[in-house]
Design a protein around this ligand. Sequence first.
Ligand SMILES: O=C(O)CCC(=O)C(=O)O
Ligand SMILES: [Mn+2]
Length: 220
Amino acid sequence: MKYDPDTQLSLNLWQESAHTSHLQVDQLSVPDAEITLYHSYFTVKESDEILQRLFMEVNWRQDKIKCYGKEINLPRLTAWYGDIGKNYTYSKITMNPIPWTPVLLWIKKRVEEIAQVSFNSVLLNFYRDGKDSVSWHSDDEPELGKDPIIYSVSFGGERKFQLRHKFQKKLEKIEFNLTHGSLLIMKGKTQEYWQHQIPKTTKLVMPRINLTFRIIKCLT
Ligand SMILES: O=C(O)CCC(=O)C(=O)O
Ligand SMILES: [Mn+2]
């Protein structure tokens, strides 16, 4: 199933929910999920500056994972920022957060304006080109507790975001693009019932940075 941003309603998957001044908002209409997409939550000017600053200022790291006994590089660079003490284990990698920086605090404040919750951490992914990706997973690590609230913002090259239901195999895969300055919200049962990924692409794509704001429930 394909979501065409030029068509408001594509295959009845998306229900237009609101137009808050300049913001175009779409609510995904699928079972067992609460997914909302703001196409341009940040202006182009804001997004350009944020992209540049994150690229320069974030302490990007190349993590490795074990695959069939071999160590391989994760196909993206990552970073973990947040309140001190909020450790997080992801793909068997434990990360200690780096303290918030001014640009990250600024983005956090902007997303919290509509989130009505306060985030204590953010995972950053840097996709250098189309070979970088994140494979099928749910953001369901125990530290996130039940029904995690994920606010995901994207800057830079547009990439395809895909979702598949974990149990109802007959449900078609959903896909749409995450654009420069977009905000994707996943909450409720989304992580319990759905997996998501950013697939690799052979298309020429610009570098992209994604931030997923999260609430770590317990100290580890
Ligand atoms: O890059 C994205 O849009 C998704 C990243 C993601 O799923 C994650 O960090 O858990
Ligand atoms: Mn994820």
